[in-house]
Design a protein around this ligand. Structure first.
Ligand SMILES: Nc1ncnc2c1ncn2[C@@H]1O[C@H](COP(=O)(O)OP(=O)(O)OP(=O)(O)O)[C@@H](O)[C@H]1O
Length: 271
């Protein structure tokens, strides 16, 4: 297996002082505050933090699905014809009336990519995620893990500047999750893709990432950014390394304080 080069230093995304307030009729929630970061092109950047700290909010802002209340961010696009981003959510977002093949082709179809080209691109990516032979099935004929494989291949096939993933493997059982983590790493290793990856799992973050941003309790901001200085390629066996476990302990020490703060906040708000 080839060893991936370290990500280059060209900035793919930079965000400055992002803030988000959800305004309700009776009360407002400040989800993010003064959050700044930058991600290099080709980097795998994970974001971890306590539940409700604003991770999905951050991703949805970068995906341009919602607006930030304050601050701004920039995605450094190389080619105008490529989509700026593709998003993979935890829930499968496949079209039930389209076959596996047609689901993967969807983004390419929207961009007017010729039929033959989109067909071979989709087949390529389906093969990369081990779904060769399943092209003509419909989503309901697939297991959850297979559906998420389709989602992942669709996102890569779109060839976006950045891939935004919000707990993409969160709904899967542990074994399937481990297999897909390795598959995702393998595909990312072959492609020059920038990924922002939200996860609740510190283990997953360490296994996959070049760097990990750890968020504070709400209002979420980046508390620290950790370099994952563990050689690639990484596999499930990488979890047994002592440096893996040392980093896990370091991250958990910091995250635990934020989880406590987050629980106290929720307790106070419910009174
Ligand atoms: N549309 C919305 N309207 C009002 N409040 C919202 C909305 N979306 C999110 N929130 C609130 O903003 C805060 C951050 O939510 P968000 O989903 O971004 O957190 P998260 O870190 O992704 O959570 P989790 O880890 O549990 O998925 C939470 O308090 C949530 O209740």
């Amino acid at each position: 297996m080839s060893t991936r080069q370290a990500p280059d230093t060209e900035t793919a995304i930079s965000a400055k002082s992002l803030g988000k307030v959800y305004r309700g009729e009776h009360q407002s929630v400040t989800a993010l505050k003064e959050l700044s970061f930058s991600v290099s092109r080709g980097e795998f950047f994970s974001v971890v933090g306590p539940s409700g700290c604003g991770k999905s909010t951050l991703l949805r802002i970068i995906a341009r699905l919602i607006d930030a209340t304050t601050g701004d961010f920039e995605v450094n696009s190389r080619e105008g014809s490529r989509p700026e981003n593709s998003v993979v959510f935890q829930e499968h977002a496949l079209f039930p009336w389209r076959t596996v093949q047609k689901n993967v082709e969807f983004g390419l179809e929207m961009r007017g990519v010729p039929k033959q080209e989109r067909s071979s691109t989709a087949r390529d990516y389906l093969r990369k995620v081990g779904l060769e032979g399943f092209e003509d099935l419909y989503p309901h004929q697939l297991s959850g893990g297979m559906q998420q494989r389709v989602n992942i291949s669709r996102a890569f096939a779109n060839d976006p500047e950045v891939l935004l993933m919000d707990e993409p493997l969160g709904a899967l059982d542990a074994q399937t999750r481990h297999v897909l983590q390795e598959e995702l790493l393998r595909i990312w290793n072959e492609e020059d893709k920038t990924i922002i990856y939200i996860t609740h799992s510190l283990e997953e973050a360490i296994l996959m990432s070049d760097r990990i941003g750890l968020m504070t309790s709400r209002p979420g901001t980046l508390k620290d950014v950790y370099e994952v200085d563990i050689p690639r390629p990484r596999t499930n066996k990488t979890r047994n390394r002592s440096d893996f476990n040392e980093l896990y302990s370091e991250l958990w020490d910091s995250l635990e304080d934020e989880v406590q703060a987050s629980m106290e906040l929720r307790r106070a708000e419910s009174q």
